[in-house]
Design a protein around this ligand. Sequence first.
Ligand SMILES: [Zn+2]
Length: 118
Amino acid sequence: MTAHTPLPWKRGGVFRAGTGWAEYIIGPCTSHDPTRIVCGLEDARMGKEMMEATAEFIVCACNAHADLVAALEGIHNFWVNGQRCWCPVEPESDDPVSAHATCHDARAALAKARGETA
Ligand SMILES: [Zn+2]
């Protein structure tokens, strides 16, 4: 898979566009690529505050993505049935749903973060 635009990304600042608002999310600039636009947001129905909140969410989520995935992968407690376990205490049951609810949630979150469909 081709790598995405390098991080960190930052907000370019909201500005007027037609009857609505717009903002660019920009990546690290280089001498060969002085203005690297990662994406542009524009919506005539979205208010300025929602446009800013949306841009802030995209930047924060994308910049934190790799760290969050690595942190979640790094907090396995122990091995259970050949798989890493995230559960806060050693499960007392072998029932995979009730005994490993935290593991289920953690694996689902990692799959979602990696773009893997269940
Ligand atoms: Zn578990």
